[in-house]
Design a protein around this ligand. Structure first.
Ligand SMILES: Nc1ncnc2c1ncn2[C@@H]1O[C@H](COP(=O)(O)OP(=O)(O)OP(=O)(O)O)[C@@H](O)[C@H]1O
Ligand SMILES: [Mg+2]
Length: 333
């Protein structure tokens, strides 16, 4: 089955062609640069840029895959969560295509797409596994019983982990998007330089909180002179990153023990973080768990993960109605 995936929930216009939920023929991702000067995503600008980009990105996906629309068996598009204007561009495009060519259509949950990135890339991953979804808008620990059947163990009470990376980067003047800049800078820094809290790390629940950590970094920076700040930029980045990663790893391993799941995955943009991958791998080895994470292009928003999620959703539940609408706060569970 050849699936055409379309993703436009935030500031990436992406179209992919994926065979049997696993083989990526093409996965074109256009990241909108228009938001950089604003230091964050401007929803109206994002909608317009999606409108401008969707057809060229679609054409490029077919060109790279070397297939034709006639060969497509299913159209899958993100319906939420995300920004309503951007979501509507991809969803409407997908529904129009499906209707005009009489191709079945599925409306996909973006978070299900993130977790499906691991299923796409790791055939050996057990169906029942634990996943940590860490992205720009979400921090969630979820037990995947099987595709489509989830138990939410916990999530963030305030900021998402990715949001905290972006905000700390902004405070430090590193630009947007900031997560990858912190990751890069932290490699040369001392993670013990700042004493920072590990919010909720000993707490029994699987909830997270990141806004206090961000504020703690801000307060410590405020106490520094400009010279101290300049000298210790890498140390500040490393200290923040270490605190953020410690909490994610500790809670994930504890949840895996409680749920007795052998396989663990991380997904979403923050799964690209090199320190998170390193520490999680070490702790998984110690706890006798197998860790999987997506390759870098499949961590952040992309349409291949939407095509994969759409494939499994269609196999389980059949097509969606063409009346499916964009739902900005769509839940996974
Ligand atoms: N190497 C990295 N280290 C830390 N954070 C990173 C890294 N690369 C990307 N990120 C973060 O990942 C986030 C983007 O991920 P993603 O595209 O999945 O989020 P989103 O789609 O905006 O949110 P959601 O998926 O919750 O709707 C940003 O917050 C970004 O800073
Ligand atoms: Mg995302």
């Amino acid at each position: 089955m050849l699936v055409l995936g379309i993703e436009t929930s935030c500031d990436e216009t992406s179209v992919a062609l994926v065979r049997e939920g696993r083989e990526i023929l093409s996965n074109i991702i256009l990241s909108q640069l228009e938001h950089v000067k604003f230091g964050g995503v401007v929803p109206e600008v994002a909608s317009r840029e999606h409108l401008r980009a969707i057809i060229p990105v679609y054409d490029e996906a077919f060109k790279q895959a070397g297939v034709d629309l006639e060969e497509v068996d299913l159209v899958a598009a993100t319906m939420g969560p995300g920004l309503v204007g951007p979501l509507l561009v991809g969803l409407t495009f997908a529904k129009g295509l499906a209707y005009s060519r009489s191709i079945p259509f599925v409306a996909v949950n973006h978070m299900e797409g993130h977790l499906a990135a691991n299923i796409l890339e790791h055939p050996e991953l057990e169906e029942n596994h634990l996943t940590l979804i860490v992205s720009g808008g979400h921090t969630m620990l979820v037990e995947v019983k099987k595709f489509g059947e989830y138990e939410l163990l916990g999530q963030t009470k305030d900021d998402a982990a990715g949001e905290a990376f972006d905000k700390v980067a902004k405070i430090m003047g590193l630009g947007y998007p900031g997560g990858v800049q912190i990751d890069r800078l932290a490699r040369e820094g001392d993670p013990k330089f700042l004493k920072l809290p590990r919010p909720m790390i000993r707490d029994d629940s699987f909830q997270f909180s990141y806004s206090g950590l961000k504020t703690a970094v801000m307060m410590q920076i405020k106490k520094m002179t400009a010279g101290e700040f300049e000298q210790h930029r890498a140390d500040i980045a490393a200290s923040f990153q270490e605190a953020a990663v410690d909490v994610l790893v500790e809670k994930t391993i504890r949840a895996a023990r409680m749920k007795k799941t052998r396989d663990l995955t991380i997904s979403g943009g923050v799964a690209a973080n090199s320190r998170l991958r390193e520490v999680m791998q070490r702790k998984c080895d110690q706890a006798n768990r197998r860790l999987f994470y997506p390759s870098l292009p499949l961590c952040t928003d992309n349409a291949a993960m939407i095509a994969a999620a759409g494939y499994y959703q269609f196999k389980n539940d059949g097509p969606s109605e063409l009346t499916a609408n964009a739902i900005p706060y769509l839940k996974l569970v």
